[in-house]
Every structure is written in C-alpha cells, then in structure tokens.
Design a protein. Sequence first.
Length: 202
Amino acid sequence: MVAIAYRACISEQWVIVEMRNFMTQHYFIGIHMGAFAAQLARPFIQQNRLNQHYKVLTHEEDYHLTLLYVGALTNSEVSQLQQALHVIANETPTFSITINGFHYFGNPYGPRVLYLSIASNDALMRLQKKVFKATTPYLASHVKNRFNPHITISKKRKSDEALEINQPIIEPVVFPVHSFELFSIHPRQIQKYQIIHPFLLQ
C-alpha cells in the first residue's frame, strides 16, 4: 500500500509539472511579413498542392522571419526583455531585405520544410546579433547563435513518399523593415503567433 501510494504521489507530481510546462507561454523575436509574404507563397503552395503533402502550412497572418526563438518566459522576464529590445530598436535604422526565391531544408525529394529565401543582408545580420546578445540572459546556457534567415511556408510531411517540388524562379522582391516584434506562440490555434509588442526602428 505504501509503494502504491508513493507511485501515485510521484505520478500526481509529474502531471502537475507537465501541466505547468504546457501552460508556460513561449516566445520568439522576428520580423512580421504577413500578407506580403503570403502573396508570394500562395501560387507556390497551389502549384505544388502543399496542403496534400504537409501537415502545417503557415497561416497568412503568421508569415515572419525569425530572428531568435526565446522559449518560455515569465511576465517579469517579458517586461525586462522588452526594455532591452526597445534600446536596440532605438539604435537601429530602418532597412530592407530581399526575398529571392523558394528553397527547402532536408531531402530534395521530400523536404521537411519549404521556405522563401532571403538574400544576404548585413543590416539584418547586425540586428540579429544585437537581439541575440540582449536575449542571452533568458536563454538556456547551451544555446548557440545559429541564424539562417528564411520565411517558412510549410513543414511536417504527411508521408515519406518521394515528392518533387517545383521551385519557380522569381524576380527578387524588396521588403522594407520598419520594425521587429516579440511574438507569443499558440500551437493549438489556427493562427499560431500573436504579436505581443512591436519595436519600431528609426
């Protein structure tokens, strides 16, 4: 009876921990692209019938370029991080990025992620490095700054069957960056990312 009670107690504690982890709000910092990127991605999605092959297609309002995934934060940490990001925004002039095509992560005959690619951009790299430095106190100690700028279109294949993706060549498209944003993540909702706060560039 004692052993059973002990296991029940451990099980209850595990459930409580799991519920706390589930309820903890997670965040990332990025550049909201929304309808601008969705318009570019829409013909690509339709032509390749991505809804038949991928579990997750980006909602039209969710298109973004991730600067840094932060993870779980307390309300106090969110407030502190916002202050640090305001300082960065006040020191950073507006700039532009160029979307220059479609690309993928993974096997070319069944990519795990399809995305809009971004041309090399020094201003973007400088902003991302500043964001990473400011956010370091809130990240796990083992996190490295691996930044590969892209705008996700679809991810998570429905099957392992071979899939040939048509990657049309597009004219480079310029997107003016006037701000970056702190987003909260809501994986169970259709629109999964909510802008918590925008940070206007100078």
